[in-house]
Design a binder for this molecule. Sequence first.
Ligand code: PBG
Length: 325
Amino acid sequence: MSFFRGRRLRRTEVIRRMVRETELRPQDLIHPFFVVEDANVQDRTPIASMPGQFQLGLEALVAEVRQAWTLGLQAVMLFGVPRHKDEYGTQAYAREGIVQQAVTRIKEAVPDIMVITDVCLCEYTSHGHCGMISEGRVENDPTLQLLAQTALSHARAGADMVAPSDMMDGRVQAIRRSLDAEGFGHLPIMSYAVKYASAFYGPFREAAQSAPSFGDRKSYQMDPANALEALREAEADVQEGADMLMVKPALPYLDVLYRLKDRFNCPLAAYHVSGEYALIKAAGEKGWIDERQVALESLTSIKRAGASCILTYFAREAVEWMQEY
Ligand code: PBG
């Protein structure tokens, strides 16, 4: 018989392990956290659509980050929910803003963990859009200055990396220039370069209280039908100075991730977003799927498709599950 016998290398766990091409590691995973200004510092308020995730007061956040570090995670992503929102999102770049305070506290308490900050305005604006509004439209160029100021304020607070997620054109360049001019030439930028206008962000908007009060984000986030446009976005961000590129969401866009991997030789991140997490949690709770197996299979697939790191709300659980194997 001379046909391909793939089963020879699948006979035992030992041999399967020997030929395994992709392996998830704790250092591949980045845990996102939500820190809330208008809360007692120890508060942990469950997020209904994201079981196991919480809106955290400042000290509760520090405790979770410490626990994440102890488990073997080495990076976190921070989102802030401010007490006051206004038209220009001023709390996004306030020196004592909630994210700025959180970064400083984490770097005091767990100095070696890498703190990445999400740079955007939508959690801070009264209208919930990611940029300034004029006559009902999101204005691109006037927003750039505010984003640059936001990134700079995070850098000054001690952030190790900034991650712009607003999808304004030219924001990587604006942020790079302001960081360089203020002595933060060493600080890397992870750009949410390829970010789709996705319905999978639903639970996040509850968690971050950032749903737009009118319209949607389709004039700045990408059309899910487009892949070539993803290459143009990625190209622009690399030229503007991005050190890492992100694709978001992850599972529905693995083809896009793979195309980027093929074309760009810079590290890629993928964001396994809130809705992707919620689907697995919900079906798992109903007993319709095996939550743990589905989560690990999803994360492994994202890595196999080309991500060198993955932002995921499963980060902590995934590390615990990995250790049990
Ligand atoms: C802010 C931002 C969003 C997410 C990350 N940064 C929401 C949005 O664009 O509406 C979504 C993350 C998730 O769903 O887990 N612009």
